[in-house]
Design a protein around this ligand. Sequence first.
Ligand SMILES: [Zn+2]
Length: 339
Amino acid sequence: MEMAFCFEQNSSWARLLTAIHGHCWDDSLPCWTNASGTWSSIVQTINNLHIQHSMDTSLLRLHIGNGQQANFWFDPWFNGAPMATRFPRLLALETNKNGVVADHFHHDSWVHSWRRNPRSGVEVDNLNSLQDILHNVTFTSDNDYWTWDGGSFSVSQARHIIDEQHLATFSRPTSWCRQVPIKINIFIWRLKLLRLETKANILNRGMALEDDCCNLCNLHVENETHLFLHCDTSKEIWLAISQWINLTLPNWSSFNDLWAWIDGVPIIRNQRLIVTTIVFSSLWSIWRLRNNINFKDKSFRKCHVVDNIKVNGFNWLFSRFHKKRCNWNQWLQSPLYSL
Ligand SMILES: [Zn+2]
């Protein structure tokens, strides 16, 4: 049940944010769902995380002092879960749903305003369990107070929790290749995270597309692995590259295979530098070909791709090694021996 986090009802998160930033309980935050502004964005974002079960409600605890601030049914004031979640059948019988905890305690005993008395079965079991919980509640003269994950709230901890849930992780550290331009490094970084704007990724983000088909072959769903590694067009390109550099390229089943191959192929250091550059140039050229076909730009065609890979590789590599004599013919004939 998400009612505890419904911000139209002066919710727990709104109260937490109020408490964190030192306002009194009655201060209102611009956190109505139809409001605009920073607070509204923060509150709605966290609310969405909760609804998506991306953030555990037990992180947020409300501790009872005098019981004058905590909503009896909707605030998580006992073991991190609202009574409304624990006992929905009793909530349905409650006539004072918005009362605070202290409203339910008069003359040293707990009182409720049931629409009718709980009947046998689940309702009575719920009532017995509720009474067991309430039996252990003690009040103090202090205000009720919030804690975050057992301690004080910190933005960095909240961000860490959110990042863990939402950001892609990549087991291998991203290393910048100094021999290729920044835009290529960024392209490769996004490719490693599988975050390029392929049709599969665009559809996953809920955007409308006419189809999800790879425009290089018109046969398969266009995702990164298919487009760059498995598509017949890409395989033709890799075969041509393999023949050019005189090195057998495996049929990589995934990008992890590809990155592992670059790191592990038995060649000397300078040759690994060259192979990395050529692989990056190949991936970039396949992406360019894909974009030009998708956007009906005929300036860059399939027949240009391999030549483009050679030109880019040469320019990237040798423009950053000024002291090396660069020889275009050497590059064309045996690129792995160019440095
Ligand atoms: Zn394809």
